[in-house]
Design a protein around this ligand. Structure first.
Ligand SMILES: Nc1ncnc2c1ncn2[C@@H]1O[C@H](COP(=O)(O)OP(=O)(O)OP(=O)(O)O)[C@@H](O)[C@H]1O
Length: 776
């Protein structure tokens, strides 16, 4: 059991007088009483304890805590050592806590002013209705001006409160285009004057409740410290023991809000808040001691197709909401369910979720999510991906649940965003105008758009370019035979170092490349759906930390991931759809930065390549990526050797694995094993020989890798030109793949792309093949 802190009162709770005008001004009509306790002791206890309001939740909670216990048992030694560390940390926290240093005396009831305050250097955001506290955070991030999609969306979303269908190129800032309106609306909701007005659907459901919450308002609970602690807890990926639930506190800040004195000079104390409505008072700060209302159901729900994306969006919105006290939680699969349940207990206003885990928790009866139909703001991000296998079913059920009440649906503001929405929905307007009309091309998405529950006249903001990709992206291609793809990739990585994201169409391909490029000491990191979530996130982190990092990914990483400064995206296999090409390529050239995307096109990829070019309205072929042939012999020698080692190792390991399996199975059923069933691994001597052989091959490869490619040109194979040594020093521009393509593009002839709409006749096929050969 983890240690928790209990409060032992030494005197009675005293009532705090609150001026009625303050309450009415702030719209805090649910507040019944505010009490303060100044004489108390903090006691460390090992007893399992949750924070207060568990009464209504007992049934589902029992089930969930059982799950948690089972999960905890499965965690093993690694989790145990983490728990140990955590306990140590908690003990340190307790020590600090028991000191109760500087006292504070006030609780401020903050009224959030929706009007803009001018902040120096942030004038470009004027007229977009961005809350002052958000502007401060944007300034901290260095976002001095809005991106075009933000500029277009914000007034319609905030001022006009319209549902929005937004499409803009990758990396154009769509997250904040829906994130800022959510924050604005939540601040407004929390401070609204009309709370409880009878015609408000959401207030019809207010239930009387005698729930109360306790807060230590001592100065050790500095907002920043607490936020850090909570963040750490969110990031920790294993299940740990239960600790007392504390409430997140916003950063310290000054604001022009009303204040209530709850303590006398020199006093420290706890504050108890008692309310009668579906909200609670969770936040206070030591100095400015702000109290913020929190809803007892999620106010905003953002649905994302992948876990990484959900976590990223949570972090992004958190960063801009940091001065507002608004809490954001990510509910995603693959991570500790127990932790997510604890986060939900803090009543986060914004939930960013993947449909699967969210649906799972709703079905298990998680109390906060049981009122998910009350969400006032719904975002379906990457909407066109959501209709794909693995999302559609759960998402449909979720949407059905959320939209079950027509009145609530009408009160809701809905946002649907994607960079490729217009590609899959050639007429989003048409779909919206006539929901019933069948989009024969994509009936699933059509249905999804209908189920989302958009109101009659959503605002469609489409800033996507005709060319599909972002204008700062440079695209190129390498045509080669299937077996040459590895050479081309190794060539690129060696001669053009930089943070590179390589996409493949299959997990098997990632596994093969992982093995070969590890042998070639390129230090690749994998990312695909079959990996543990913890490892996926770790690899992303490691990739982000290395400016020459290499990530081998499936399309799970194609959408939305905002990894800073990815210089190159390589399509080792051409994707099957134009959307995937656009999203994959969009991992580079983000936020007005430049980037390079290269397709390695083998004979099997030609069909997809041409399909994509056609869908992107390209009339000429992509430029050919320049390859300096003098390096190729050495490149081929290294890669071939690595492949030989990989194949040998793989075959031997596979045989061994099969034999082990047979032997184990036979033993289990107490059966004598027929030797003929086993693969021939050779006798012990032969096996040792095999190992030695592999060792030798590895040593040879290491020797080759020990030399730079330039050196290999000098020592023998291509040492001279006209009898003299060449200067093989590569300039920075030679190494910069993007500059090389741009330069090369100018000297290359533009080759028209053949019409894709008609099937190719024999003549055209030959012409295409000829062109291919010439380029090579
Ligand atoms: N106003 C701004 N000024 C500068 N940078 C910004 C601004 N808004 C967002 N960004 C940054 O731009 C990058 C891309 O933003 P975001 O991830 O929201 O793009 P997106 O349009 O959702 O991309 P995708 O379609 O790939 O999901 C992020 O690093 C974000 O921090």
């Amino acid at each position: 059991m983890a240690s928790v802190i209990h409060v032992e009162p030494k005197a009675k709770w005293k009532q705090v007088k609150i001026a009625p005008d303050i309450l009415s001004k702030c719209g805090f009509d649910g507040l019944i009483d505010l009490q303060v306790l100044t004489d108390y002791e903090l006691i460390k206890s090992t007893k399992y304890s949750f924070a207060k309001d568990n009464r209504k939740q007992s049934v589902s909670e029992n089930k969930l805590s059982k799950n948690k216990e089972q999960a905890a048992q499965l965690q093993g030694t690694e989790a145990a050592s983490k728990r140990k560390k955590k306990r140590k940390k908690k003990a340190e926290t307790l020590e600090v806590c028991s000191e109760l240093p500087t006292p504070h005396k006030k609780i401020k009831l903050t009224t959030q002013d929706a009007a803009e305050d001018i902040i120096e250097g942030m004038e470009s955001w004027n007229g977009l209705y961005v809350p002052h506290d958000v502007l401060r955070a944007l300034k901290d991030l260095g976002f001095t001006e809005p991106t075009p999609i933000q500029e277009q969306v914000l007034p319609h979303a905030i001022r006009d409160r319209l549902d929005i269908i937004g499409a803009a190129e990758t990396g154009s800032g769509k997250t904040l285009a829906f994130g800022i309106p959510l924050i604005h609306s939540i601040l407004e909701y929390n401070n609204r004057e009309d709370r409880g007005s009878p015609d408000t659907a959401f207030d019809d459901e207010l239930q009387n409740s005698d729930d109360d919450e306790e807060f230590d308002v001592s100065a050790d609970q500095q907002g920043e410290e607490r936020n850090e602690e909570i963040e750490e807890e969110e990031e920790e990926l294993d299940t740990d023991e239960t600790e007392d639930i504390t409430n997140e506190m916003p950063d310290n800040e000054e604001s022009d809000s009303d204040e209530i004195n709850v303590l006398q000079d020199g006093e420290t104390g706890l504050v108890k808040v008692i309310d009668n409505a579906d909200f609670t008072w969770l936040d206070n700060e030591p100095d400015s001691a702000k109290v913020t209302l929190r809803s007892r159901h999620p106010l905003s729900l953002i649905l994302e197709p992948t876990r990484e994306l959900a976590i990223q969006v949570r972090d992004h919105i958190k960063a801009v909401a940091k001065y507002t006290g608004i809490q954001v939680a990510a509910i995603v699969g693959g991570l500790s369910q127990h932790k997510q349940l604890r986060l939900l207990k803090r009543c986060p206003e914004i939930i960013v979720a993947t449909p699967g885990r969210l649906w799972e928790l709703i079905q298990e009866g998680e109390p906060y999510l049981s009122r998910v139909d009350e969400v006032r703001y719904l975002v379906v991000d990457e909407a066109d991906r959501m209709e794909e296998k693995g999302h559609f079913e759960e998402l449909s059920k979720l949407l059905e649940l959320i939209n079950v009440d027509e009145k609530k649906r009408k009160q809701r503001q809905t946002f649907v965003f994607s960079a490729t929405l217009t590609m899959v929905l050639p007429g989003p307007r048409r779909v919206m105008k006539k929901k019933k009309q069948n989009n024969a091309e994509n009936p699933k998405l059509d249905m999804l758009m209908g189920n989302i529950g958009l109101k009659e006249k959503p605002k469609v903001i489409d800033l996507t370019l005709k060319t599909g990709t972002v204008s700062t992206l440079t695209e190129a291609r390498i045509n080669c035979k299937m077996e040459e793809k590895d050479y081309c990739l190794y060539y690129f990585l060696k001669l053009h170092p930089g943070r590179t994201l390589v996409f493949t169409n299959s997990k098997d391909c990632i596994r093969r490349l992982m093995s070969i490029f590890t042998l070639l000491k390129c230090h690749p990191l994998p990312l695909h759906a079959d990996m543990h979530q913890r490892q996926r996130l770790k690899n992303l982190e490691r990739f982000t930390a290395n400016d020459k990092g290499l990530l081998l990914a499936s399309d799970v990483a194609a959408r939305g991931l905002d990894i800073p400064n990815v210089q190159h995206v390589i399509h080792y296999q051409v994707p099957h759809t134009v959307e995937n090409y656009v999203h994959r390529s969009g991992r580079t050239a983000r936020a007005s930065k430049e980037g390079l995307s290269v397709m390695i096109i083998g004979p099997d990829d030609i069909k997809n390549y041409r399909k994509i070019m056609h869908a992107l309205n390209r009339s000429v072929d992509l430029p050919v990526f320049p390859i300096e042939n003098q390096y190729m012999p050495e490149i081929k020698a290294r890669v071939s050797l690595a492949r030989q080692i990989d194949t040998n190792e793989y075959r031997f390991a596979k045989k061994k694995h099969q034999n082990n399996w047979f032997e184990k199975a036979a033993k289990e059923i107490d059966m004598e094993l027929d030797e003929e069933l086993l693969n021939d691994l050779g006798n012990t001597h032969e096996q040792t020989q095999h190992k030695c052989q592999i060792k030798q091959l590895k040593a040879t490869l290491d020797g080759m890798l020990g030399q730079s490619l330039m050196q290999t040109l000098l020592i023998g194979r291509y040492p001279t030109k006209m009898g003299k040594l060449q200067n093989f020093q590569r300039t920075h521009d030679d190494q910069d793949a993007l500059k090389r393509v741009k330069k090369e593009k100018l000297s290359q002839k533009e080759i028209p792309i053949m019409d894709q709409t008609k099937p190719l006749n024999k003549k055209k096929k030959q012409k295409w093949k000829k062109n291919d050969k010439k380029e090579k």
